[in-house]
Design a protein around this ligand. Structure first.
Ligand code: ZN
Length: 188
């Protein structure tokens, strides 16, 4: 999915993580990162109807943020892609990158990782605390181990964090639009 930008992203992130490594060898703030990522999926999941959204997660000044971008409208006949370089360019100077997340579109999206998804995260596995998350076309939110080098191995490490369709303000709003449209149909 983001293989085109791999070389430059790896170079960029490699330099950043090297610059930050000496600073805080402390915890990886996994719970905080997961809470942030779930919020990102709650926001971007419902928007991901025909395109992917991607974010690099970073820590800066004790806060966690995401540098995000979105891909082109996906077509059934072509691989669905988003250029992660656009997200990398938005990472604030001095931030420590701790992971990535991306969505698969509801339409034409997959429930499985792609080879380039796995390769992209694997290329950043040297970054301390680096974690990878994606949401399936059904809204399932999964993490996988960036050390995995192939799709079956990566999917075997997948752990479910939730489903954004069940989030109170997430998919409910998206589905609510459809319900409203139906209820506006004049009755006979
Ligand atoms: Zn993907």
């Amino acid at each position: 999915m983001h293989s085109l930008a791999c070389a430059s992203v790896v170079l960029l992130l490699g330099v950043m993580s090297f610059a930050c490594r000496a600073e805080t060898p402390a915890g990886c703030f996994n719970a905080d990162v997961e809470a942030h990522v779930l919020e990102q999926f709650r926001i971007h999941g419902p928007l991901s109807r025909k395109r992917e959204y991607f974010g690099f997660v970073y820590r800066i000044d004790g806060a966690i943020g995401s540098a995000t971008t979105r891909g082109i409208v996906c077509r059934w006949t072509e691989p669905c892609e988003v250029n992660a370089r656009r997200a990398a360019e938005k990472i604030p100077a001095g931030a420590k990158v701790v992971g990535e997340w991306h969505t698969h579109p509801h339409e034409s999206g997959s429930v499985l990782l792609s080879a380039s998804d796995v390769r992209g995260a694997n290329d950043n596995r040297h970054i301390p605390c680096y974690r990878a998350f994606f949401s399936t076309s059904n809204g399932e939110i999964l993490s996988w181990n960036p050390n995995a080098e192939a799709v079956p191995l990566a999917m075997a490490t997948a752990q479910r964090l939730g489903n954004y369709r069940q989030a109170r303000d997430g998919w409910a709003n998206y589905a609510g639009g459809a319900r409203r449209a139906v209820s506006q149909t004049p009755s006979q």
